[in-house]
Design a protein around this ligand. Structure first.
Ligand code: NAI
Length: 277
């Protein structure tokens, strides 16, 4: 019961990483206020998750709706202790020589401004008793090739925003950190390419099979892997940790496959004649 008596606001909690975090925080004793655009799922969760759970419709691209979510959380439970700025989607997939300004603006509103405004409108409440903010970034913040360009740029922005906000808010006993998930089996990939339910299952199954060849930990990432790390960053165990991030990626970013798999071709294989290897 790490969060007994605490209020946690979680965005994007009707699916995937956010949903696993809602469930974990409820098990750990928190009041959870969840904001999401998926009203059907949010309403269904209201009837199944009990009195400690509240759903408020919230489109995180809209600042007034983020403010309303934070106000509702504080009015309903008496304050806010933890905020998980997590809602997101893959957004436009256009390359840099194709993307329109409007699509770029949408990606930034969904993935970066939403986090800034989440921090902005939670802070008046968090200041009253201190707290923790966790923002969802991504491995896409570090390297090309894992996600669309607008998405990846926004996620890199989330990391820098996390640092800057941590610096400004430490005086109010508010810690700000980020998590960087690797490939986690959720609905995000299917939603990004417009796949139907059956195709979505296929995509996640293929991700499971591919895990062993893309990262040292040879299993797919699951939403609980991220939820546990979010809980760690929200807990007193990390009371001296702020302005940083944790990669939760099964080691995907440690290096090329040759660094963990002796069978995988490495740089030497590409440049050195076979008899000299
Ligand atoms: P998901 O698709 O399962 O969940 C995303 C949630 O965000 C859904 O509940 C959806 O309704 C909500 N959402 C989407 N647009 C919204 C909006 N405008 N306002 C409010 N809610 C909105 O995806 P997943 O994977 O759980 O994604 C959660 C976060 O994790 C996102 O920020 C994503 O970019 C990030 N992430 C996911 C990775 C993965 O491999 N699944 C890897 C790295 C980062």
């Amino acid at each position: 019961m790490r969060f007994k008596g605490k209020t946690a606001v979680i965005t994007g909690g009707s699916s995937g990483i956010g949903r696993a975090t809602v469930d974990l925080f409820l098990r750990e004793g928190a009041h959870v206020i969840m904001g999401d655009i998926n009203v059907d799922e949010g309403t269904a969760m209201m009837s199944s998750l009990g009195d400690s759970f509240h759903f408020q419709q919230c489109d995180v691209t809209q600042e007034d709706q983020i403010k309303a979510l934070m106000d509702y959380a504080a009015e309903t439970t008496g304050g806010i202790d933890i905020v998980f700025n997590n809602a997101g989607a893959g957004g436009p997939r256009d390359r840099i020589d194709e993307i329109s300004g409007n699509d770029w603006d949408f990606a930034m509103a969904l993935l970066l401004k939403s986090v800034a405004m989440g921090i902005r409108h939670a802070t008046p409440y968090l200041k009253k008793r201190g707290g923790a903010i966790i923002n969802t970034a991504s491995i896409c913040a570090f390297q090309a090739g894992f996600g669309p360009i607008a998405y990846s740029t926004a996620k890199a922005g989330v990391l820098h925003l996390t640092k800057l906000a941590a610096a400004e808010l430490a005086q109010h006993k508010i810690r700000v950190n980020a998590i960087c998930p690797g490939f986690i089996q959720t609905n995000i990939f299917a939603a990004t390419v417009g796949a139907n339910k059956e195709e979505a299952l296929q995509i996640n199954a293929i991700m499971g099979q591919a895990a062993a060849s893309v990262q040292p930990i040879a299993r797919p990432g699951v939403p609980d892997d991220i939820a546990e790390t979010v809980a760690y960053l929200a807990s007193d165990a990390t009371g001296f940790v702020t302005g940083t991030h944790i990669l939760v990626d099964g080691g995907l970013l440690v290096g090329t496959p040759a660094s963990w798999n002796p069978e995988a071709p490495g740089l030497l294989d590409a440049i050195v004649p076979e008899h000299l290897r």
